[in-house]
Write a protein that binds this ligand. Structure first.
Ligand SMILES: Nc1ncnc2c1ncn2[C@@H]1O[C@H](COP(=O)(O)OP(=O)(O)OP(=O)(O)O)[C@@H](O)[C@H]1O
Length: 894
C-alpha cells in the first residue's frame, strides 16, 4: 500500500533523476551491526505510538518521502527507508516491533538541510517532515507533519541558489485570459499578473519556476490545453484547490483566483507557519517582452549548448556585490522596461556612478558587506533554520543600507558645496537622490535591537546550541566547576550567559539583580569552602553538579582532619571524596531556577523583537529592493567604465543606430583567448528597417544579430551599451528565431519548430518590435527554403513593419527583393591571402554570394579526400544544371 515519492513521480511522468540501479531490499544486518550504523541506530524496539504515527503519516502523504524526527535523528521506514538510503548512499538498518523487523534509515537532525538539497533539489522529491513535540501532560512525544517540502516551497538557505529566485507559480486559465501569481517564498517576493494565453510561455521562460501549480479541479482537456500553452519547461507540476479567500480590489478576478491557488499550495506545504501572500503590483508595468526562444537564443541566463550559466549574458555583465542585486540583475535583463522615464532615470544613475569612480568604489565596498536581507527576513519570520542571532544580521543589513544611502547623500552635499558645475549633472543627481531618498527609516529599529541584545553572548549561545544539536545523543555530564587546582583563582565557567540587556524590562532587570546576588553568595560560600578544606590539607577542590549526586563538593583526600558537620560524604573513591553541603545545595538550586527564569524572560524579549520586525517587514523588504537597485546600477556603471560602454540615446522613433557595436559575451571570450572583437554599425530608420545579412559560414552573422538584440535589451534594462554611440528607438518586444532544435517529446521536427517560431513572430510582431531571424528555411529543400525566406521577409517588411535582422545564405534574395522595399543588404567576407583564409567580420553594404562552406568544412577537419569530392561537385553543378543528365554524368565519372 505504501507508495514512495519516487514511484509517484515516475508514475506521473514527472521528471526525476533516480539512481540507475533498481531499489533493492536490504541485506538483513547482523545484530552487532545494528548498534553502530553511521546514523546512530540503536537496536531499540519501536513504541506502538510511534509506529502508528509513522504508518498514518505515510498513508496521509502518499506523494512524499516521510522523515520522522526521533530524538536527535530524522528517520524513514519501510520502502521510504530503502529510497532514502539509495538516494543518500546510506546503508539500511532495521527496527523491530512485536518481533517484526522492517527497514529503517536516517541521519542526525542537524544534517537535514544538506540532505534536503539532494532529495528535493537534485531529485525533485517531496519530503514530509514529521516533527516531534514534547507533551508535558503525557510525558511523551507527539508527532505531526509541519512541512511538506517541494522544489517550489524551499525556504532553507543551503538548498537554494543565492543568485537566482526560486519561484512557485500558479496558473489559472479562463477563456482567453491566463491569471498568474508567483512567489519566491525564500525572499517573500510575490507578484500577480494576467496575460493572453500565447504569452504564458514567455512568462514561464522569464521566471524559470521550479514548480507550477494547477487547479486540482481542471478537466483533462483543460490540463492538456495548459500543458500545450506552457510548452517545454523544467518545472514540476503540482495541484491545489482554489481556496475561497476575500479578493483584493488591486487585482482582476483571474489574478485573485491565481493568488488563492498559490496561497492554498503554500498552506499545504508550510503547514505550521504559512506566510500570507500579498503580491506586489509592479509600478513599472511597461515591460519589454522577451519570448521564451529569445531568452534561450540570446543566452541571457544560460548557454544553449550546455545550459551553463558561465558564458551567458547575465554572467558576462555581472558586477553586482549582493545576492539581492544578483537576483534583480537577472530580472532586469529578462524583463527590461519599455517606459522611457524609467529607463532614463536608470541611465542617469549609471552616468553619475560611472563618472565618480571614488563614490562607486566606496559604494561597492559597502554593498559587499550587506547580507541577503530578504532571505534573512524570511528565515526569521518562517522559522526555517532560525536562530535568535539572525536578528543581529537583520540589524546589520538595516545599518549598512542606511550607510550606503548616507554615503550617496554625503557625496551630493560635498559636490554641491564645492563644485560650481553641479548644474550640469542636476538631472542625473535628481534620479539618484529620488531613489536614495525612498529609503524607509529603520535605523531606529536597528538601534533598538542594538540596545536590547548583548551581541557576543547571543552569538555564543547560538553556537553552543548548534554544538549541542550536533552532539545530541552523546552522553554528557553537566558540571559546574570551581577548580582550585592551579591557583586560588576561581573560575565559574557555567555562569548564565545573558543575551538581553537589563534595561530592556523591569522584569529582566530584577532577575539580573537576583542572579548577581546569588553569584555573590556563591563566591562567599566558595571562600568558606576553600578555608574549611585547606584546613584539612585537601587539594583539587571543585564544586560540581550532576544528576546522580546533585550539587556537591569534591576534593582530593589528603588529611584525616575532620570537616565541619555540614559537609556530608556522598561518595568516596580511593583518592577523592565528594561532599554535599546544604548551603551549596540551596545556593546552586536558586541560581539554576533564576537562570531558567531569566532565560525564559530573554526568550520572550527576543520573540517580541521578532514580532516588531514582522511589523516592519514591508519597509525592510522595500529597503532591500532599493539596495538591490543601487547594486545593479553600480554594477552597470562598473561595466561601463571597465569596458568603455556608452549611454544610449533613447527615443520613441522607429530607429536603431549603433556605432561600433559589440557582443559582450563573445568579446569577453575572444579577449580570454587574446583575440579582438571586430565592432559593427547599425543604421535603421523608418525607410530602411530591415537588414539582411549575408556572408560565409563562421563569418559572424549570428553574432551580429544577437549583439544588436542584446544592445537593445541592455539599454532598456537601464545599462549603458557596448558601442561607441547608440540611438535606440523604444522596443516593445524582441522576437528571435535562432538555432536549430527539435522538440521530439512535443512531436515536432526541427523544421516544424522553426516554422512554428516564425509563425509566432509573424502573428505577433508590431512596428515597435525587434526581430532577429537566423537562416530561416535552411531545414528543407533549397527551393522551398528560399521561397519561405522570401515570403517571410516580405511579410515582415509590409505587414509587421518591425525592425528586423535577417541572416541568410540565400543570396538569390537580392534579386527577388529588388524594388521599393525598406530592406538593406549587408555582408561579411572571407578573404584569402597567400593561401590562408581569414574572416573580415566587418559588415559592408551589398551581398556576399559565396558562403565558402567547403573552406569552413576544411578548417573544421573534414578529410581531404572528402573535401576534394565536394570541390569537384561544386565546380560541376550549378542551380540550373543540377538535374541535367550531362552534369550528373560528369560528376559520376570524376
Ligand atoms: N565581430 C566579430 N569579431 C571577431 N570575431 C567574431 C565576430 N563575430 C563572430 N566572431 C567569431 O566567429 C565565430 C562564428 O560567428 P557566428 O556564429 O556569428 O558566424 P555565422 O556567420 O553565423 O556562421 P554560420 O553561418 O556558420 O552559422 C564566433 O564564435 C566568434 O568566435
Amino acid at each position: 500500500m505504501l507508495r514512495t515519492a519516487v514511484n509517484y513521480l515516475k508514475s506521473n511522468k514527472i521528471k526525476i533523476q533516480i539512481p540507475k540501479t533498481p531499489l533493492t531490499k536490504p541485506n538483513k544486518p547482523k545484530e552487532d551491526a545494528l548498534r553502530i550504523t553511521p546514523f546512530g541506530y540503536s537496536n531499540e524496539h519501536l513504541s506502538s505510538d510511534l509506529l502508528k504515527n509513522v504508518i498514518t503519516t505515510i498513508n496521509n502523504h502518499p506523494d512524499s518521502l516521510v522523515l520522522t524526527r526521533v530524538g536527535g535523528f530524522y528517520e524513514a521506514y519501510y520502502d521510504h527507508a530503502l529510497d532514502l538510503s539509495k538516494l543518500l548512499s546510506f546503508s539500511v538498518g532495521e527496527k523491530s516491533y512485536n518481533k517484526t523487523r522492517f527497514p529503517m534509515a536516517g541521519f542526525p537532525s542537524y544534517q537535514l538541510q544538506k540532505h534536503l538539497r539532494t532529495l528535493v533539489v537534485d531529485h525533485s522529491l517531496f519530503v514530509a517532515i514529521n516533527d516531534q513535540f514534547f507533551n508535558h501532560a503525557t510525558g511523551a512525544f507527539d508527532r505531526k507533519v509541519t512541512r511538506v517540502i517541494t522544489p517550489g516551497t524551499l525556504i532553507d538557505e543551503s538548498s537554494l541558489n543565492p543568485s537566482t529566485h526560486n519561484f512557485l507559480v500558479s496558473v489559472v486559465l479562463h477563456g482567453d485570459c491566463v491569471g498568474l501569481a508567483w512567489s519566491d517564498i525564500s525572499t517573500g517576493d510575490s507578484y500577480a499578473e494576467s496575460c493572453i494565453p500565447s504569452d504564458l510561455k514567455s512568462f514561464i521562460a522569464r521566471l524559470s519556476p521550479s514548480e507550477i501549480v494547477f487547479d486540482i479541479q481542471l478537466t483533462s482537456a483543460q490540463t492538456q490545453t495548459l500543458h500545450s500553452l506552457l510548452g517545454a519547461h523544467d518545472s514540476i507540476i503540482t495541484h491545489a484547490h482554489i481556496s475561497s479567500q476575500p479578493p483584493s480590489p488591486l487585482y482582476t478576478p483571474i489574478e485573485n483566483a491565481a493568488i488563492s491557488l498559490l496561497q492554498s499550495r503554500i498552506q499545504a506545504s508550510l503547514i505550521e507557519n504559512t506566510p500570507s501572500i500579498t503580491p506586489t503590483k509592479e509600478t513599472d508595468s511597461h515591460k519589454l517582452i522577451l519570448d521564451a526562444q529569445t531568452i534561450r537564443g540570446l543566452e541571457l541566463k544560460s548557454t544553449i549548448r550546455e545550459n551553463r550559466a558561465s558564458g551567458s549574458l547575465v554572467k558576462a555583465v555581472r558586477r553586482t556585490s549582493t545576492q539581492q542585486g544578483n537576483r534583480l540583475l537577472e530580472r532586469w535583463l529578462c524583463e527590461p522596461s519599455s517606459d522611457i522615464a524609467v529607463i532614463t532615470a536608470r541611465h542617469d544613475c549609471v552616468a553619475l556612478l560611472t563618472s565618480r569612480k571614488h563614490l562607486r568604489r566606496h559604494l561597492r565596498a559597502m554593498l559587499r558587506d550587506i547580507e541577503d536581507g530578504p532571505r534573512l527576513l524570511q528565515r526569521v519570520l518562517l522559522g526555517a533554520s532560525y536562530k535568535p542571532s539572525l536578528l543581529l544580521s537583520v540589524k546589520r543589513v538595516m545599518e549598512n543600507s542606511h550607510n550606503v544611502v548616507s554615503a550617496i547623500l554625503a557625496e551630493y552635499d560635498h559636490e554641491r558645496d564645492s563644485n560650481e558645475d553641479l548644474t550640469a549633472h542636476q538631472g542625473e543627481w535628481q534620479s539618484l537622490l529620488t531613489l536614495s531618498n525612498s529609503l524607509r527609516p529603520l535605523i531606529k529599529f536597528a538601534q533598538r535591537i542594538d540596545s536590547v541584545i548583548i551581541e557576543d553572548a547571543l552569538r555564543a549561545k547560538d553556537d553552543e546550541s548548534e554544538d549541542v544539536e550536533e552532539s545530541e545523543g552523546e552522553s554528557s555530564e553537566t558540571s559546574e566547576t570551581t577548580d582550585t587546582r592551579k591557583s586560588n583563582t576561581q573560575t565559574y565557567n557555567d555562569d548564565y550567559k545573558r543575551s538581553i540587556t537589563p534595561q530592556h524590562s523591569p522584569a529582566i532587570a530584577k532577575l539580573n539583580k537576583k542572579l548577581d546576588k546569588l553569584y555573590e553568595q556563591r563566591n562567599k560560600f566558595v571562600s568558606t569552602v576553600m578555608q574549611d578544606l585547606k584546613a584539612t590539607d585537601a587539594s583539587h577542590v571543585a564544586l560540581r553538579s550532576n544528576q546522580k549526586l546533585g550539587h556537591y563538593i569534591t576534593a582530593r583526600k589528603s588529611s584525616v582532619k575532620a570537616l565541619p558537620t555540614a559537609y556530608q560524604i556522598v561518595a568516596s573513591q580511593k583518592s577523592t571524596a565528594s561532599y554535599s553541603h546544604p548551603q551549596w545545595t540551596a545556593i546552586k538550586s536558586a541560581i539554576m531556577d533564576t537562570s531558567d527564569e531569566l532565560e525564559r524572560a530573554e526568550r520572550d524579549a527576543l520573540t517580541s523583537l521578532k514580532d516588531e520586525l514582522a511589523a516592519e517587514s514591508e519597509a525592510f523588504r522595500h529597503n532591500n529592493h532599493l539596495i538591490a537597485q543601487l547594486d545593479v546600477l553600480t554594477s552597470f556603471a562598473e561595466m561601463a567604465d571597465e569596458k568603455h560602454w556608452v549611454r544610449p540615446t533613447m527615443t520613441t522613433e522607429r530607429c536603431l543606430h549603433v556605432t561600433d557595436g559589440r557582443h559582450p559575451a563573445v568579446e569577453m571570450a575572444l579577449h580570454d583567448s587574446l583575440n579582438s572583437f571586430t565592432p559593427n554599425d547599425v543604421n535603421m530608420d523608418r525607410n530602411a528597417y530591415i537588414n539582411t545579412i549575408f556572408g560565409p559560414n563562421m563569418g559572424g552573422k549570428s553574432t551580429y544579430l544577437r549583439q544588436n538584440a542584446i544592445i537593445v535589451i541592455m539599454a532598456q534594462a537601464g545599462s549603458f551599451v557596448p558601442a561607441r554611440a547608440a540611438t535606440i528607438g523604444l522596443v516593445d518586444r524582441v522576437f528571435s528565431r535562432i538555432g536549430a532544435s527539435d522538440d521530439l517529446s512535443g512531436g515536432r521536427s526541427t523544421f516544424m519548430v522553426e516554422m512554428s517560431e516564425a509563425a509566432e513572430i509573424l502573428q505577433n510582431a508590431t512596428p515597435s518590435s525587434l526581430v532577429i531571424m537566423d537562416e530561416i528555411g535552411r531545414g528543407t529543400t533549397s527551393l522551398d527554403g528560399l521561397s519561405l525566406a522570401y515570403a517571410i521577409l516580405l511579410h515582415l517588411a509590409q505587414e509587421n513593419k518591425s525592425r528586423t535582422f535577417f541572416a541568410t545564405h540565400f543570396h538569390e534574395l537580392e534579386d527577388m527583393l529588388s524594388g521599393d522595399l525598406p530592406i538593406k543588404h549587408l555582408s561579411t567576407d572571407l578573404v584569402e591571402k597567400d593561401g590562408a583564409f581569414s574572416f573580415t567580420y566587418k559588415l559592408r553594404d551589398g551581398v556576399c554570394r559565396d558562403s565558402h562552406g567547403i573552406v569552413v568544412a576544411r578548417l573544421a577537419g573534414i578529410p581531404t579526400q572528402c573535401i576534394e569530392k565536394a570541390q569537384h561537385a561544386n565546380s560541376v553543378l550549378t542551380p540550373h544544371n543540377m538535374h541535367s543528365s550531362d552534369a550528373l554524368r560528369v560528376l559520376k565519372n570524376a
